[in-house]
Ligand binder design. Structure first.
Ligand SMILES: O=C([S-])c1cc(C(=O)S)c[n+]([C@@H]2O[C@H](COP(=O)(O)O)[C@@H](O)[C@H]2O)c1
Ligand code: NI
Length: 392
């Protein structure tokens, strides 16, 4: 089963905020502590406390070092520490690359100060363990607020967004978010960049859990929190389609119906002919086939096999398909399937399947148009009324 986590970092993000949000969403503190202990034995105590931030309840993850951290650690040291924890390693690799670019040194030689401290290693290992514990199979995140002003660090005073944060923002939608505080830390951004597959506003999903994680500061007027929204992703209704086309002027016209039937049998979503006037004034047809990228090769071969064309044009299109469902209605002499299209959960289209109408008409000896009218009336009586979504 797939479970999606969407991260709302519109008020900023730090490692401990994200950890708090995932614990609030139900990740087990014991499981997370065990994962941290495996990397940093007897070094970190994790706890969580309910707090409020600008009037909102949130969970504050506390990451307490039990030992003094070594003053300088290179990426090489930390890589050895994280050996075997693939996702945490990927997050730290992002940090190392960003720090390397900022300080003009090779990633392997980066010396971490605050960022490599025990608590950020614990944040990263903890967030990865919490996501696993929650059964999360995919992650995305929205625009990230970075903050403004200046911050005190081991490098002295740095402008906000901190240089490593800006490096880690490449390719992501960000904003200052107003105010004059640091809202996103390098660890927070690295977690998002390494774990979230894409930057997007809240995607279509059936939400089951919301977790709210607190940052350290309580700023009036703006809740210093990260939220995670967990649920089942709703399959996308827009998909890539392929269009195959050929202009044909020399095929015996009696062959065309069989060509179209054969293409549909080969897996085309649709196939049609448009009469055209070609070069040299020749009457001809454009054959168009719509299909999924997976079926394109077989359908191209079929076009070459069944028609006289010497070339097939191919282009890629985005297709938006409304979610659809079928309901059966009963009319005199049998049943007819009604194909229903939905937009935002409302019925936009409810149409009897014509193959059912034709079969019933043939079987009962009644005109197709009468069976069609009966099926439409039965659909309306069943509450399947098309056009409601467009009613204003
Ligand atoms: O430790 C280092 S090298 C460091 C570099 C930078 C740069 O932007 S470069 C920034 N900082 C600041 O450290 C704290 C802690 O960050 P975490 O990611 O560990 O939460 C934060 O204020 C950074 O701006 C440190
Ligand atoms: Ni730095």
């Amino acid at each position: 089963m797939s479970r999606h986590a969407w991260i709302d970092a519109s008020a900023g993000v730090a490692g401990d905020m994200l950890l708090g949000a995932l614990l609030d969403a139900g990740a087990s503190l014991e499981v997370v502590q065990r994962a941290v202990d495996a990397v940093l034995p007897d070094s970190i105590a994790l706890s969580a406390a309910t707090v409020t931030r600008a009037g909102l309840r949130a969970l504050k993850a506390e990451v307490t070092p039990l030992v003094a951290a070594p003053p300088h650690r290179t990426w090489r040291d930390i890589r050895a520490l994280l050996d075997g924890s693939g996702d945490a390693l990927a997050v730290f690799e992002r940090l190392a690359e960003a720090e390397g670019r900022v300080h003009g040194v090779d990633a392997d030689e980066v010396h971490f100060h605050e960022v490599g401290a025990l608590d950020s290693v614990a944040d990263i290992v903890g967030v990865c363990a919490a996501l696993r514990d929650l059964g999360v199979t995919s992650v995305s995140a929205g625009e990230v607020a970075l903050g403004a002003g200046r911050v005190r660090t081991a490098h002295g005073e740095l402008p906000v967004p901190a240089p490593a944060v800006l490096e880690l923002s490449r390719g992501w939608r960000v904003t200052s978010g107003g105010g004059s505080n640091e809202l996103a830390t390098p660890t927070g951004l690295a977690l998002i960049q390494a774990l979230a597959g894409r930057c997007e506003d809240l995607p279509p999903m059936t939400v089951d859990t919301v977790g709210v994680g607190a940052g350290g500061r309580d700023t009036p007027g703006r809740a210093n929190v990260v939220r995670v929204v967990l649920g089942a992703p709703v399959p996308s209704t827009s998909a890539q389609s392929v269009v195959l086309e050929a202009n044909v002027d020399d095929l015996d016209p009696r062959l065309w119906p069989g060509v179209l039937t054969g293409l549909l049998a080969e897996g085309a979503d649709d196939a049609w002919l448009v009469p055209i006037l070609m070069k040299k004034g020749r009457p001809a047809h454009t054959l168009t086939v719509l299909c999924t990228p997976e079926r394109a090769a077989a359908l191209r071969t079929r076009i070459f096999r069944d028609t006289s064309t010497l070339g097939v044009r191919e282009s890629s299109r985005t297709k938006t398909a409304l979610p659809r469902a079928f309901r059966e209605v009963t009319v005199a002499g049998g049943t007819v399937a009604i194909k229903i299209g939905y937009a935002d959960g409302l019925i936009t289209q409810a149409m009897p399947e014509f193959a059912d109408v034709a079969a019933l008409a043939a079987g009962t000896g009644r005109p197709e148009r009468v069976v069609l009218q009966e099926a439409l009336a039965a659909a309306t009586a069943a509450g399947l009324i098309a056009g409601l979504a467009w009613a204003g």
